[in-house]
Design a protein around this ligand. Structure first.
Ligand code: ZN
Length: 513
């Protein structure tokens, strides 16, 4: 089956054109792009679907390099909490029961629908289930992404150290009986995680030709050394992504010093687990030598500017990362810390946030750099560089067609600026994944949004009231975590952050011990 986009404006993000718009015929044959040719030159064959390209723009689909579908049910629930206190509520440690599989399915479909309608053709879902992940629950997530028609990399996320051992000063500050309650339910062992992952790879990896299983130790401080190393070997064996949260908050920066006498990146580097397969979510509290190590290893950073602002986590050193040659991707993070999976919001935030970190406007990210991160950078971070992220012959036909007659594109100035600063997804006419139309006229074609939302409206309240009870149980930790947060924020660190972030954090005398 062939589709011909005739005489259409293209932003290809390929090596030849970058973000420079041009006009072309784009031929899609089956699941791949067959040809980009001069306008009007591709011969139409009987049976071809032809889309008139007048007043239309085609771009590669956006790639969301870091999200957690678990959080989709907490959209709009929290405000004004730093990560360590917010996690107590979004990922309660005590008193939580597994989510019914139907709710997992619906929640994941909602993430897929929101993503597709916003021009996202590929996601990395770091799938966390509390209180623990099962193969059945993970299978439900894969089922939902398969059904919605999106490309997805889904993890087995693992924490295999006792919770209070993952946060500095926790064992010292928490009452012993509370530590004992946490320890009463031990986390999975390294061997159990490896066995889980091997089975997940067998069951889910490469499903439908576009779904992959991802190895995801939750964070260096949340896993044992042997797990971090063995998980990396497994990711090498299967050429799958090694996805890990690193240096999202100042507490985590202090964690490196307290636990390992090193930065968390230095620690991972020392274990030999940084490579072109590793994607570090966040990477905010990085030293210059951390950045050099990431560049040397060919690792990626998944930058989440909205989530980082919502949780007051800090500002990633984007310019330094780009200058050092570190691959940068963009992510929304979970629906609790960012309240949506809309990548157009993330793109705009990424382009704006760094402009307030320095008056040196030559350092500010350009629209092209941000679009690159949202497409090519994301693809590379997921081991999909030769498959998606650009429009070029041989690549998968993962693309978005915009109607340029909308307010967002009127009058037509620089289309790249329109995409980054003005478009919000409402100009999207069609989205294709693997050459298949998954959004037409702004509506998902393979899932019925209204039915998914109606069922969620029916099922979610009971879950949320149970979750509310778990929140109450876990509020017992809050005063101690507030103290940990305060104590860590008062520590002076030898870190060269993007100007504004450093000044704000280090100058806050109220946080000093
Ligand atoms: Zn995350």
């Amino acid at each position: 089956m062939r589709t011909l986009l005739r005489d259409i404006t293209v932003i290809a993000m390929d090596d030849e054109h970058g973000s420079e718009p041009f006009t072309a015929d784009v031929l899609i044959d089956g699941d791949r792009i067959a040809e980009l040719a001069a306008p009007g030159t591709v011969a139409r064959l009987p049976g071809d679907t032809v889309i008139a390209g007048r007043d239309r723009l085609v771009t590669p689909g956006l790639i969301n390099a870091h999200l957690h579908s678990w959080e989709a049910l907490f959209r709009g629930r929290y405000d004004n909490l730093p990560l360590e206190l917010w996690m107590l509520l979004s990922y309660p440690i005590l008193g939580l029961n597994p989510l019914p599989e139907r709710l997992i399915h619906l929640r994941t479909l909602m993430v897929a629908i929101e993503s597709l309608k916003n021009g996202v053709t590929c996601v990395l879902d770091d799938v966390i289930e509390s209180p623990g992940q099962s193969l059945e629950a993970l299978g439900t997530v894969f089922d939902a992404y398969e059904q919605a028609g999106i490309r997805a990399n889904c993890s087995g996320n693992i924490v295999n150290r006792d919770f209070t051992d993952t946060i500095p000063f926790a064992n010292e500050l928490l009452p012993p009986e509370l530590v004992a309650r946490v320890r009463a339910d031990p986390p999975p062992s390294t061997e159990e995680y490896l066995e889980f992952s091997r089975e997940a790879l067998r069951r889910f990896d490469h499903r439908a030709g576009r779904l992959r299983y991802v190895i995801a130790p939750s964070g260096p401080q949340r896993c044992t050394e042997d797990l971090l190393v063995a998980a990396n070997e497994l990711s090498l064996e299967h050429d799958t992504t090694y996805h890990i949260h690193v240096l999202e908050t100042k507490v985590q920066a202090v964690t490196g010093q307290e636990f390992y006498g090193d930065t968390l990146v230095g620690y991972l580097d020392g274990l030999g687990v940084l490579s072109e397969r590793s994607t570090l979510a966040h990477g905010i509290w990085l030293t210059d030598s951390d950045i050099e190590a990431l560049a040397r290893a060919g690792a990626s950073i998944a930058h989440n500017p909205i989530s980082n602002q919502k949780l007051g986590a800090g500002i990633a050193p984007l310019r330094k990362l780009l200058d050092a040659g570190v691959n940068v991707a963009l992510g929304s993070d979970g629906g609790s810390s960012s309240d949506s999976a809309r990548m157009f919001d993330v793109i705009k935030a990424a382009a704006l946030l760094h402009k307030i970190t320095t008056p040196d406007y030559e350092q500010w990210p350009s629209a092209t750099e941000v679009l690159w991160a949202a497409t090519r950078g994301g693809a590379r971070s997921m081991r999909l560089a030769g498959e998606t992220g650009a429009l070029a012959p041989g690549l998968k036909a993962d693309l978005v067609i915009f109607d340029l007659r909308t307010i967002n594109f009127t009058p037509r100035n620089d289309l790249r600026n329109h995409l980054v600063y003005s478009e919000n997804g409402s100009s999207i006419e069609q989205v294709m994944v693997d050459g298949r139309v998954v959004v037409r006229d702004g509506v998902c074609t393979l899932v019925t949004e209204a039915a998914v939302l109606a069922e969620l409206r029916e099922l979610a309240p009971e879950f949320l009231s149970r979750h509310g009870r778990a929140e109450e149980i876990n509020r017992v930790f809050a005063p101690y975590f507030a103290e940990i947060h305060r104590r860590c924020c008062a520590v002076a660190l030898p870190i060269n952050l993007s100007g504004g972030a450093e000044a704000a954090w280090l100058a806050d005398e109220r946080l000093r011990a």
